[in-house]
Design a protein. Structure first.
Length: 359
């Protein structure tokens, strides 16, 4: 595979290959990486000798930990001098994700390691997602004043019961078995078998077995999904139509004597550390976006990003978590009570000519 810097493209037999090559940054996507990835996908779609696309992450820790939110922070704060990044990054990212979701050839992501935010975007939106023992997937955006995007309006709503709400609001992490249960992963393959899987996919052509058959010959059982055992409690606690109702339900669960009391108490405590604005945006996003296809989901999310970029909490969240790293964000508004319905509605206001539209 030739050395092309942060994202490497190559070919292995009949498969086009993508390597996210920023292991020091947990393979987080930059805008330049998206801009190089999209035309390659288009070229491979038209190449009759390419029968599948395989994407992986470099290093031992991550598939992809998300997008380069620090660069967006610096643009929005005027530090980098490129204020247009706050719109261009999301627009071009979402256009790529829509392309991945509608890709005409098998698209296979090996989500071995940390997979968050934009990493979920370039994997969960594709056809095949291979989890392994080290898979750890999360959508932690409410902790940095954002909301679960990259198509999460669609894929979180496809989770069983109220699990999507739980994961979107809390940013809770799931492992391989849970990723399968939630639908984020399609197959589990042990790490020791991944090289053989890649080699077999590379030898695939139109005369050989379909990708589904190849993957089926490598899968094993990852064991029970812990989140499945907790689903009844999640469904009870996250059924409310407001964040306040969800917190009240968690508080009641925490006071009980059942096996989920400790989980409820910890979840309640964790939610209170998130951006109040982000929590209310996220819940409304998932309610109104239920049943959305990828285009509608990304269009809604783009609208939300542009309103968030004009606000306070995203910049404060990134400052606290990634810049100063004091882990003490000062949200504004500071409480849920201060975030009323009218304020939430402003984040869903149309952008006019600046809306994201797909052609």
């Amino acid at each position: 595979m030739p050395d092309n810097g942060d994202i490497l493209f190559g070919r292995d037999g009949d498969a086009a290959t993508v390597m996210l090559n920023r292991p020091q940054a947990l393979n987080a996507f930059t805008l330049a990486m998206y801009r190089r990835f999209d035309p390659m996908l288009r070229a491979w779609a038209d190449d009759p000798d390419i029968h599948a696309v395989l994407i992986r992450g470099a290093g031992e820790r991550a598939f992809c930990a998300g997008g380069d939110v620090r660069a967006i922070y610096e643009a929005g704060r005027g530090i980098s001098g490129d204020r247009a990044l706050t719109s261009a990054f999301f627009r071009e990212e979402y256009e790529l994700l829509r392309h991945i979701h509608r890709y005409p050839k098998p698209y296979v992501a090996i989500i071995d390691g940390i997979t968050m935010g934009g990493g979920a975007g370039v994997s969960v939106n594709g056809a095949f997602r291979i989890a392994a023992e080290r898979t750890m997937l999360a959508m932690p955006e409410t902790g940095i004043g954002l909301f679960p995007d990259v198509g999460a309006t669609r894929f979180l709503n496809l989770c069983p019961g109220r699990i999507g709400r739980y994961l979107g609001l809390t940013g809770a992490r799931v492992g391989a078995a849970d990723a399968l249960y939630c639908g984020f992963a399609t197959h589990f393959v042990p790490r020791e078998r991944l090289p053989a899987l890649v080699a077999t996919l590379a030898r695939m052509d139109h005369r050989e077995r379909a990708v589904e058959q190849i993957l089926a010959s490598f899968v094993t059982d990852p064991g029970p999904a812990p989140i499945a055992a907790r689903q009844a409690a999640i469904d009870r606690c996250f059924a409310g139509a407001t964040v306040e109702a969800i917190l009240d339900a968690l508080a009641r669960e925490a006071k009980g004597s059942g096996p989920d009391a400790e989980w409820a108490a910890e979840t309640h405590k964790g939610l209170l550390t998130k951006s109040p604005t982000s929590l209310k945006i996220t819940l409304r996003q998932l309610i109104v976006g239920h049943g959305f296809d990828i285009e509608d989901a990304l269009a809604l999310e783009y609208r939300l990003t542009q309103h968030v970029m004009a606000g306070h909490d995203f910049y404060e969240g990134v400052r606290a978590v990634l810049v100063d790293k004091d882990q003490q964000p000062r949200w504004d508004p500071a409480t849920l009570a201060e975030v009323d319905d009218a304020m939430v509605e402003t984040y869903f206001a149309p952008l006019g000519e600046d809306e994201l539209r797909f052609v």
